[in-house]
Design a protein around this ligand. Structure first.
Ligand SMILES: NC(=O)c1ccc[n+]([C@@H]2O[C@H](COP(=O)([O-])OP(=O)(O)OC[C@H]3O[C@@H](n4cnc5c(N)ncnc54)[C@H](O)[C@@H]3O)[C@@H](O)[C@H]2O)c1
Length: 372
């Protein structure tokens, strides 16, 4: 094709793709989705909101924004906004999702979807009557090594996977500077360990029973927290496949060995391990020799501010995916049903820690009258 023909095709393509209009609430980690939206040709950032005006001003000067609001209602009543992205403290997600759905907006909500199952039924009812999407931004699924691992899994390179080991081990005492992390409704499991739980569940969606122990260390108690900061779990799915999920959050780590987040799949034909925040993916698919794949060249794409402390690359990947789903009329996953199921699994994990007994996920769903 001639150069002018190619140009015409490109212009025609740009004319046919739709841009979606975004409002963002919560501008701490919300910063990463601002960066993602501003770098996307699929999204237009219409407005941003935070109750802290200093934060609004900071992000406005950082990204050259011309508008912000201190009132969530301003974004909800704006007919120009299609999708609300929620990055407020964990305890507020349920309320903010409900308000967005009632205003007729699609929702992107960061993890954890909810901080307990108490709001789940009401949210499900509002969601069903809204006809809108709720997408849970489980960012680890959208990190480069995890994307490659998923592709290998879907291509069958592992054979039959019967063991998943997922970890999130970090010294995250820095996080406890945030007021809301020391208040009721925060837990290491819901805020941090959910990354490992979600990865295990991505591969073993039918986990039916879980058993585990948790402990609250003196480092944790020094911040006034009683929720466990160290947890170890074994899970079983309906076929007898096993997941092992671990988390520790207030103790020094061996930085170059402890990966942060890690997901290992062991299958009849091969094994792989994807890690975060190093851009590394380890595989052994015989007859190939073991290989370590490095995606280090993508560091600037994934980590745009202050080292590896933010998630702009993962959010870029998930908003592009979300836009494609809207284009095609498909459901972006994980959706509200899947997200609530993950919260039910974590509720079972909490109950197992409290009782010292294995707990069935179905029992939790029954106790909360949840029909997913
Ligand atoms: N990997 C990930 O996907 C990832 C990473 C980091 C944080 N997060 C999630 O992002 C959320 C926010 O975490 P953070 O680290 O940015 O916390 P943060 O405290 O730094 O930021 C939260 C912001 O929300 C604002 N806010 C609070 N209440 C509000 C309200 N009612 N209306 C409007 N704004 C309000 C605060 O002023 C603050 O600026 C949490 O749920 C956290 O789990 C996700």
């Amino acid at each position: 094709m001639s150069e002018s023909g190619q140009l015409e095709e490109k212009i025609a393509h740009v004319k046919t793709i739709r841009t979606y209009k975004l409002g963002v609430i919560g501008l701490g980690e919300g910063r990463s989705i601002l960066s993602a939206a501003l770098q996307s040709d699929r999204w237009e950032l219409v407005n941003v909101c935070d109750i802290n005006e200093e934060m609004c001003k900071l992000r406005s000067s950082e990204f050259g924004l011309t508008r912000y609001t201190l009132r969530y209602e301003d974004m909800l009543s704006d007919p120009d906004i299609d999708v609300i992205a929620i990055y407020t403290p964990d305890q507020l997600h349920g309320r903010h999702i409900k308000m967005a759905l009632e205003a007729g907006k699609h929702v992107i909500v960061t993890k954890p979807l909810l901080h307990s199952l108490d709001e789940a039924n009401e949210l499900l009812a509002v969601w069903k009557s809204s006809g809108k999407h709720v997408f849970v931004g489980q960012s680890s699924r959208f990190f480069e090594p995890m994307i490659h691992q998923r592709n290998d899994y879907l291509a069958g390179r592992h054979g039959e996977v019967d063991t998943v080991e997922a970890y999130y081990i970090s010294d995250s005492r820095w996080f406890l500077q945030k007021d809301w992390s020391r208040q009721k409704g925060f837990s290491w499991m819901y805020n941090f360990m959910i990354h490992a739980v979600d990865l295990a569940k991505w591969y073993l969606p039918d986990i039916e029973e879980v058993f585990g122990y948790g402990h609250s260390s003196s480092n944790n108690k020094a911040f006034g927290l009683s929720v466990p900061d160290t947890m170890r779990f074994v899970m079983k799915d309906t076929e007898g496949r096993i997941a092992q999920v671990s988390g520790s959050y207030t103790k020094p780590t061996i930085k170059h060995v402890d990966p942060g987040i890690s997901c290992t799949l062991r299958g009849t034909k091969g094994t792989s391990r994807a890690v975060y925040s190093k851009l590394l993916y380890h595989t052994h698919f015989p007859p190939e020799q073991p290989i370590t794949h490095s995606y280090e060249e993508k560091f600037p794409y994934y980590f745009r501010f202050e080292g590896a402390s933010h998630h702009a690359g993962e959010y870029q990947n998930y908003i592009e995916y979300f836009a494609e789903c809207l284009d095609q009329g498909t459901t972006p996953k994980p959706d509200l049903n899947e997200g609530i199921h993950t919260i039910a699994l974590m509720t079972a994990m909490e109950r197992s820690m409290a009782t010292g007994q294995p707990v069935k996920v179905k029992q939790i769903l029954n106790d909360f009258s949840l029909d997913l």
